[in-house]
Design a protein around this ligand. Structure first.
Ligand code: ADP
Length: 494
């Protein structure tokens, strides 16, 4: 609209100046320069207007090169996804059978498990162009902008497919729960419009006969999604992408160390066992941090010690240079030693590091080897975990006759285990409905469990006081002990 008015008035002004007898050459030259500048800036301004979507979509990612083979673990999820993608690849046969085309696939699971990676591999597998956006990018102050962005995203997918002469396109929306949350009660108008636009786009997904579109979305909160999104014909294929098990972790570690100089002493299987609960992204981070530690030390190979530091960093946070007083350091050593000794008694071979230097929020820490991946907990296992949690405070009480605030997190963890005992019917209360039981009774039982285990742990530590004191001296000297060194000391003192 603006451009023609601008040009028209320019020509009129020029004619008027000519009529008055001015030389038009400098003016025409100036107009030329201004026009050239506007022309060059044009696409960038337009790009800024549509924001991140355009940036993401037009990035080198529009035709991903990620292959399913580059995703570690997740065998079941990969298999399910590949089967679902057959709908896109063998669309003719699907049509022959009168099967409704697949429009949406929902990937559910914790962050960093490889959902984005899966969506990209899906695009590679089906020879599709790939455009992506995150739910949070649609949340704007202005009503209507989110819906416009959804329209842009789908239009962009079709345009890109044409440009690259592809017949398939995948639109990936990460964090879909941000725009697709349940619309009960106090819903937000902007979210509603964005979600409605997404539903409209999905319903009319076949408007373009030349480009077949598939929408993939990721969330960690499937329970939060509006049922309208999950209806047949929308996101009706759900694939869960869980945290990797030990075998999966090993595969992810192998993938991310392919390009790194590993020392022959590095045992990836051991690292996979030690990283229970880590996501693919955290494992990638471990390999990267290990390489950075090796580089800092100017070592030609990445060794087990670099991996040990990297796991600590990813698990607990960056090392801090908070300087502790001698007195405080000693208390931290007593506390951590309590945890470490009891951990070895509960499950021998389980300590993988005892460290006195502060990292993240902790002043010192004991990292434990979780053993096998565990999905079932018996009463013994839960009580053992509670003993380990309370051992830090018990050791402080034994040595100083008093406890400190350092045990707050330990108590929180111990309470979680005690709750699990009560709620799974393994306490004195028997099998109960936690929602119906009297809260006083519930609290008293938790307190009794913790008090009993605490007293027992304190007695156990008192019984080995001479050994404790000797180990304490060694730990204060060394400041850091590997699990193996700690166990050697334990057997020597026993
Ligand atoms: P999500 O979308 O589930 O949050 P991403 O796919 O964005 O996770 O993963 C982030 C990064 O973590 C990836 O780029 C990759 O380096 C690493 N990663 C995550 N899961 C895996 C996996 N299963 N195999 C290999 N690398 C992985």
């Amino acid at each position: 609209m603006i451009k023609p008015v601008f040009i028209g008035s320019g020509i009129a002004a020029l004619l008027f100046l000519l009529y008055l007898g001015f030389d038009p050459v400098p003016l025409v030259l100036l107009a030329g320069v201004v026009a050239a500048v506007l022309f060059l800036a044009g696409p960038r301004v337009a790009q800024q207007r549509t924001g991140k979507l355009r940036k993401n979509g037009k990035s080198a990612d529009s035709i991903p090169t990620v292959d399913f083979a580059e995703i570690g673990g997740q065998e079941r999820a990969k298999q399910e996804l590949i089967e679902a993608l057959d709908f896109l690849i063998h669309h003719d046969r699907i049509a022959d059978y009168g099967i409704r085309p697949l429009k949406g696939i929902l990937l559910t699971g914790p962050p960093g498990t490889g959902k984005t990676l899966m969506a990209k591999a899906a695009a590679h597998h089906t020879d599709s162009v790939f455009v992506s956006a995150s739910g949070s990018e649609f949340v704007e102050m202005y009503v209507g902008v989110g819906a416009q962005r959804i329209r842009d995203l789908f239009r962009q997918a079709r345009t890109l497919a044409r440009k690259h002469r592809k017949t398939n396109a995948i639109v990936f929306i990460d964090e879909i729960d941000v725009i697709g949350g349940k619309r009960e009660g106090t819903s937000h108008r902007e979210y509603d419009q964005t979600l409605n636009q997404l539903l409209t786009e999905m319903d009319g997904i076949n408007v373009d006969p030349d480009v077949r579109l598939l929408v993939m979305a990721a969330t960690n909160r499937k329970d939060m999604l509006d049922p309208a999104l999950l209806r047949p014909g929308r996101f009706d294929r759900h694939i869960s992408v869980d945290l990797p098990d030990k075998k999966g972790r090993l595969q992810v570690l192998r993938l991310h160390t392919r390009n790194k100089p590993l020392s022959p002493e590095v045992d990836l299987e051991k690292i996979a066992a030690e990283t229970f609960g880590f996501s693919g992204a955290q494992l990638e981070s471990v390999t990267n941090e290990a390489a950075i530690y090796a580089l800092r030390e100017e070592k030609s190979e990445i060794g087990p010690e670099h991996f040990a530091l990297a796991i600590d960093k990813v698990m607990m946070g960056e090392q801090t240079d908070r300087e502790a007083s001698r007195e405080e350091k000693e208390r931290v050593a007593v506390h951590e030693l309590g945890h470490a000794i009891v951990a070895e008694r509960v499950r021998s071979g389980s300590v993988s590091r005892v460290v006195l230097s502060p990292r993240g929020q902790a002043l010192g820490y004991v990292r434990q080897h979780p053993g096998e991946d565990r999905h079932l907990y018996t009463r013994d296992v839960l009580e053992g975990q509670i003993r380990i949690c309370l051992a830090g405070a018990a050791a402080e009480e034994m040595v100083y006759g008093s406890r400190s605030t350092g045990a707050k997190n330990d108590y929180e963890q111990a309470i979680r285990y005690a709750r699990a005992l009560v709620e799974t019917g393994m306490s004195r209360l028997g099998i109960i409905d936690p929602g119906l039981i009297d809260s006083r009774e519930y609290h008293d039982e938790i307190r009794a469990i913790l008090a009993e285990i605490y007293d027992r742990t304190l007695e156990d530590l008192k019984a080995i006081r001479p050994m404790f004191d000797h180990l304490l001296m060694r730990l204060l000297e060394e400041e850091e002990l590997s699990g193996d060194d700690f166990r050697k000391l334990l057997t020597k003192c026993a």
